[in-house]
Design a protein around this ligand. Structure first.
Ligand SMILES: *[C@@H]1O[C@H](CO)[C@@H](O)[C@H](O)[C@H]1NC(C)=O
Ligand SMILES: *[C@@H]1O[C@H](CO)[C@@H](O)[C@H](O)[C@H]1NC(C)=O
Ligand SMILES: *[C@@H]1O[C@H](CO)[C@@H](O)[C@H](O)[C@H]1NC(C)=O
Ligand SMILES: *[C@@H]1O[C@H](CO)[C@@H](O)[C@H](O)[C@H]1NC(C)=O
Length: 375
């Protein structure tokens, strides 16, 4: 090899190494090795920051078109809202950047955590099967990411990140609401109590799976009164809340509270936060003006009664109406809150008092981690 050729080879090698390092530090590595508590997000469209953009799914489970994103981002991101979602605010309060969707391809710095939530996802594999990443599959993605973390940072830093992180869930709504739109043989062949037990059992096993990897701090809210969303009011017919669905949700919420208590008693170091989301939303519906809202029945965006048809953004080519001020509404589309309501919910999750959230609020969970680190 001539001298010139060798120098070229070394040059190429240098570039390759530089590329490899750049790749390792920004793409393959989900985190900066900073001493900040990471945030991992699981669940459905209330928390999906864009994963469904990268799935082979239908427009029903996507929000990657106008007017989604119009208020804050000024472009659609895949979030089912005019602006930010609850985890976006939680990340901000925790001093973290926006947590990106895990499925997002290309160079992206996953500083401080990852979001595995996908629109339509349920705790049960049967819920919208084929169109979503169900909760158990989200756990598989998390485990894959944990391996990457170990490989890139070493076992010690990976373990530190995993054990100090907060794990946020929004899951279960789809398992119940889907039974009103699809013929679920699973639902039809079980009693309500049995069906709820399966949903809770699958949530519990995913939480246990994260615990077995070292996760300790969990935020799992009760479900909101999804029977009062515009799509369900339209289905109910008279404009009242769909009580049959809210009754299922109440069964779920009771069972969830018990399941979390049990986990706390069984698993050493397991800490959690649970917002009574049902009561919080009901209070908004009963006294909107007290919280700066005006409209609680009709959606800002959609068509038909209560704008409860899932036509926001011209999905399925349908015409739709859009309100001028989403902040007046507690529903942006047929089933999802606008940014202003998300911010209100996030504030309660972050620093709400024990009458709505417990045993810890998220601020306490994040701080608890710092205390443990210092020991
Ligand atoms: C992170 O924590 C380690 C000790 O755990 C400390 O030595 C280091 O200075 C900290 N780094 C930052 C950026 O705070
Ligand atoms: C996407 O889904 C459609 C309909 O289910 C299917 O026909 C198609 O093969 C899928 N494409 C990929 C890339 O999986
Ligand atoms: C459910 O099944 C019934 C009876 O087979 C059928 O009439 C109905 O259209 C089905 N509904 C859906 C949403 O598939
Ligand atoms: C999880 O859900 C499946 C149905 O998808 C059910 O058969 C199973 O029993 C559930 N697991 C637990 C632990 O409840």
């Amino acid at each position: 090899m001539s001298h010139r050729n060798m120098s070229v080879s070394i040059h190429v090698l240098t570039i390759l190494v530089a590329l490899f390092i750049a790749r390792a530090s920004c793409r393959a590595l989900p985190w900066h090795p900073e001493n900040r508590t990471a945030l991992f997000i699981f669940g459905d469209s209330l928390f999906d920051s864009g994963n469904s953009n990268f799935l082979n799914t239908t427009s029903e489970f996507r929000a990657n078109f106008y007017p989604y994103g119009e208020t804050f981002f000024k472009h659609p991101t895949g979030r089912f809202s005019d602006g930010r979602l609850i985890p976006d605010f939680i990340a901000e309060y925790a001093g973290l950047p926006l947590i990106p969707p895990y499925l997002q391809p290309g160079k992206y710095e996953f500083t401080g955590g990852a979001n595995f939530a996908t629109s339509g996802a349920g705790a049960l594999a049967e819920t919208y099967s084929g169109f979503v990443v169900d909760l158990k599959s989200q756990l598989r993605l998390f485990e894959k990411m944990e391996k990457q973390l170990k490989k890139n940072f070493g076992d010690e830093l990976a373990a530190k990140t995993i054990s100090e992180a907060v794990y946020l869930f929004s899951i279960g709504s789809g398992d119940y609401s889907s039974t009103f739109f699809t013929n679920s043989t699973l639902f039809q062949s079980h009693s309500h109590e049995e069906y709820v037990a399966m949903v809770i059992g699958n949530i519990t096993s995913v939480i246990s799976g994260i615990y077995s990897k070292g996760g300790r701090k969990f935020g799992v809210n009760s479900l909101g009164p999804i029977g009062c969303s515009p799509i369900m009011r339209a289905l109910e017919g008279t404009g009242a809340c769909l009580e049959e669905l809210n009754e299922l949700v109440k069964l779920h919420n009771g069972a969830l509270a018990k399941a979390l208590q049990k986990l706390g008693a069984k698993l050493d170091g397991f800490k959690y936060s649970r917002l009574d989301f049902f009561s919080v939303v009901m209070e908004l519906i009963d006294n909107p003006s007290k919280y700066g809202f005006k409209e609680v029945k009709e959606a800002c965006c959609g068509s038909g009664p209560y704008r409860g048809r899932t036509s926001c953004g011209g999905r399925r080519g349908e015409e739709y109406k859009l309100c001028p001020n989403p902040s007046d509404y507690i529903y942006f589309d047929s089933g999802h809150p606008p940014e202003k309501a998300n911010q209100y919910y996030a504030e309660l999750m972050w620093s709400g008092s024990t009458n709505v959230i417990g045993p810890y609020n998220l601020e306490e969970l994040f701080k608890l981690i710092h205390r443990q680190t210092k020991n």
